[in-house]
Design a protein around this ligand. Structure first.
Ligand code: ADP
Ligand code: MG
Length: 351
């Protein structure tokens, strides 16, 4: 009796949390408050183990700053780097940390909707689900990332017309065609933002014998990277270590050469999109002629990516508003309509 009353009471104050568990960044949106947390999906562990550092600062922003700069005994890891969970324990610690950070010491147990990369296996889904429950969730729902991205981008996801979303994250690119609140065709490839950084690192090695770090490569991509010649060509100075002398050195690089260096990962993304289109039913393909393609995820911000995709497919192509938060906003909208959409998601029952 008392428990029933307590349950009803806490129902009035239920916290609804939408979590975008990304390969690069984790975002949390709370119903009625918008995005309340946005941190890198990084955890600091004791080297060679999966033991998370215990000082309470071992996750997120602080841990990312350690990437590539950690002292001998500590390493910073991205447990979802390739869109698969490399270590359950670390992922669990990360998810618990973020849920607690948002929920504080509240006695109210939140309902959470977690968006997960569509490539992860049933076992991995189960692990994410269990971690959320362990972290205190009252109800947990898992939703495929492209679905959340489509909702966040405002696509007519539940209607009887097809729409296409291409979500380019750090570790994976998710391509999906959706209609009637369901995924008709989808593909998840392990080529995304990280591979662009990698391509820049390789270019610097090959062309200049200069070793640069991942963070520097990412900065180059964001500052002067592009997939097609749009806007003015620019240049920037980069610093690294000379591979021959072993000494620190700097050099100037141009936007043209970086575009050239990015051709391979960009080409792989284009191929994933065209392959998905080829697998599409003719009726759905017909809808896409009108509805076009929407790009989401941080990778969508690469200049000219919409242009190359338009050229390759002949379809209209636009970048969603605020592509980095699209999935998190989608999970929040999902929460607001949970009664209506509950059946389409993977709830605890059919895991
Ligand atoms: P995930 O969902 O996998 O966590 P995100 O959607 O958060 O990934 O996107 C992160 C990726 O987006 C990173 O590879 C990052 O370098 C890239 N990114 C962020 N901003 C830009 C930008 N302006 N131009 C190109 N890439 C960007
Ligand atoms: Mg994402």
């Amino acid at each position: 009796m008392f428990e029933r009353m307590l349950d009803k009471f806490s129902g009035w104050f239920t916290i609804d949390m939408g979590i975008d568990l990304g390969t690069c960044n984790t975002l949390v949106a709370v119903r009625g408050q918008g995005i309340v947390l946005n941190e890198p999906s990084v955890v600091a562990v004791r080297k060679g183990t999966n033991e998370v550092l215990k000082n309470g600062q071992a996750v997120g922003m602080v841990a990312k700053e350690m990437l590539g700069k950690t002292p001998g005994s500590i390493s910073a890891v991205r447990p979802l780097k390739d869109g698969v969970i490399s270590d359950f324990k670390i992922t669990e610690a990360m998810l618990a940390y973020f849920i607690h950070k948002v929920n504080g010491n509240s006695f109210i147990r939140p309902r959470v909707v977690i968006s997960i990369p569509s490539g992860i296996t049933a076992v991995e889904k189960r692990a994410v689900y269990d971690s959320a429950e362990l972290a205190g969730a009252k109800r947990t729902f898992l939703i495929e990332e492209p679905v959340a991205a489509a909702i966040g981008a405002g696509l007519p996801f539940a209607e009887a017309t097809a729409s296409m979303i291409v979500d380019i994250g750090g570790g994976t690119t998710e391509v999906a065609v959706m209609s009637l609140a369901d995924i008709a065709v989808c593909e998840s490839v392990r080529v995304a933002g990280d591979d662009m950084d990698e391509a820049i690192i390789n270019h610097m090695k090959r062309t200049y014998n200069l070793m640069i770090g991942e963070q520097t490569a990412e900065r180059v991509k964001i500052e002067i990277g592009s997939a097609a010649p749009v806007g003015e060509e620019t240049s920037m100075e980069v610093r690294g270590r000379d591979m021959i002398s072993g000494l620190p050195r700097k050099t100037v690089i141009t936007s043209e050469e970086i575009r050239e260096a990015l051709q391979e990962p960009v080409g792989a993304i284009i191929e994933a999109v065209t392959r998905t289109l080829e697998r599409c039913e003719p009726e759905l393909a017909a809808d896409l002629v009108d509805n076009g393609i929407v790009l989401a995820g941080g990778g969508a911000l690469l200049r000219g990516l919409d242009v190359v995709l338009k050229n390759a497919t002949g379809l209209d192509c636009r970048v969603a508003d605020d592509p980095l938060t699209c999935v998190a906003r989608g999970t929040a909208i999902f929460l607001e309509n949970i009664e209506m959409w509950k059946d389409t998601l993977e709830s605890d029952l059919d895991l």
